[in-house]
Design a protein around this ligand. Structure first.
Ligand code: C5P
Length: 135
């Protein structure tokens, strides 16, 4: 791995809706973000598509198989030229388990507003709420 700054690299996060609720995951790291909630996901590897990365990350983090759907919400700029994007993720099989988070929670619209989301993911609240109120 080189120490050159990453440029135009993507981090993907998945919005899994089920039974009128959205799955949130509580981070364990870094210390500044531990305890805060996010849409699960992670970095797209070199030569990997964002869709494949989302499927891989959610398999690694939640032990589920998903199909990657449409984008949700805005691009969120991260440090070092990276960008965070949310995609819908449709559960194909498995029941989500917190393999890399401290806990998982299925939230409705009202609960979403009361959760301590990581700042980056707050950018998607309008679209997530719209989806939850349409379910
Ligand atoms: O989860 P991971 O640490 O691999 O994520 C890489 C970067 O993307 C981190 O800076 C993390 O804070 C950010 N991220 C985020 N919201 C998510 C997923 C990741 O802000 N839902």
């Amino acid at each position: 791995m080189s120490d050159a700054p990453a440029r135009d690299r993507e981090v993907v996060a998945g919005a899994i809706f089920h039974g009128g609720r959205l799955l949130l995951a509580q981070r364990t790291r870094p210390p500044a973000l531990a305890g805060r909630w996010e849409l699960p996901g992670g970095k797209v590897e070199e030569f990997e598509s964002p869709q494949s990365a989302l499927v891989r990350e959610l398999r690694e983090e939640l032990a589920v198989e998903v199909r990657c759907g449409a984008r949700i919400g805005v691009d969120v700029p991260l440090s070092r030229g990276m960008v965070l994007r949310a995609y819908r993720a449709e559960l194909v099989s498995g029941e989500p388990v917190a393999l890399e988070h401290s806990q998982l929670r299925w939230v409705d619209a009202e609960e979403l507003l009361s959760m301590d989301l990581v700042d980056n993911d707050r950018a998607w609240i309008p679209e997530l709420l719209e989806e939850l109120s349409a379910l």
